[in-house]
Write a protein that binds this ligand. Structure first.
Ligand SMILES: N[C@@H](CCC(=O)N[C@@H](CS)C(=O)NCC(=O)O)C(=O)O
Length: 216
């Protein structure tokens, strides 16, 4: 039995769970999954049985508990340095941490009005007041990071790092809601959507029953 267990939400709508899952997968460890289905009367109680914050994802490892997706990703980077979850260069790593925490703490308008939905296409929906400002800032971040640190590969900092993990759910939102991106950002978004682990998650999400039809 693996020593790692990830408690997560169902794949079609749990954007933070995608981040935790990608971090464990990229670290290359075996882990068990406990999935909590959202939007049922018992959802909150089921999450609280595992998570002190009442949110997922939560990682259980060696008797310890790590909640918050970014803390999980940092934990895996510490445990598995050879996995390259952060770039080696200190300036690049600091930049990666800055844009990851900006994502973790911000873009609430985008998150509220364009929730992750991997089962439907919703072009044109969600463009409420302020969402355009979040989109513009995210595109600036992607473009600047690619320009300054992306020379070694097709992801934000070359290889696939925690920075890409933090922005992967946003990439799926831009596709679901048909957001028009410039060529650099669209190329980056397409690269993320084509990552084998992102494809694996999306395919599994599309095979889930629609949320309203999940039995209690
Ligand atoms: N800052 C947290 C956010 C976690 C979060 O909001 N998780 C959502 C799922 S994507 C959740 O647990 N929702 C359950 C609820 O609101 O009851 C993290 O990074 O892990």
């Amino acid at each position: 039995m693996p020593d790692f267990t990830l408690v997560m939400g169902n794949r079609s709508s749990s954007s933070w769970s995608l981040r935790g899952w990608l971090a464990l997968k990229c670290a290359g460890v075996e882990f068990d999954e406990i999935m909590v289905w959202f939007k049922r009367p018992e959802t909150k109680a089921e999450i609280l049985a595992h998570s002190p914050s009442g949110f997922v994802p939560v990682l259980k490892h060696s008797g310890g508990l790590i909640w918050e997706s970014l803390a999980i990703a940092e934990y895996m980077a510490d445990l598995c340095p050879a996995a390259g979850l952060w770039p080696e260069d200190i300036e690049a790593r600091a930049h990666g941490r800055a844009i990851s925490t900006e994502m973790h703490a911000g873009f609430s308008r985008l998150r509220n009005h364009m929730p992750m939905d991997l089962q439907n296409d919703r072009p044109g929906e969600g463009m409420a007041d302020g969402v355009d400002r979040d989109i513009k800032r995210i595109c600036e971040i992607w473009q600047e990071t690619r320009d300054r640190f992306g020379a070694g590969g097709s992801f934000l900092m070359g290889g696939f790092t925690i920075a890409d993990i933090m922005y992967a759910p946003v990439v799926t939102r831009f596709k679901t809601y048909g957001v028009d991106l410039g060529p650099v950002c669209q190329a980056y978004a397409d690269t993320v959507l084509d990552h084998p682990l992102v494809r694996e998650w999306i395919e599994a999400a599309q095979a889930e029953p629609p949320l309203g039809e999940v039995p209690s």
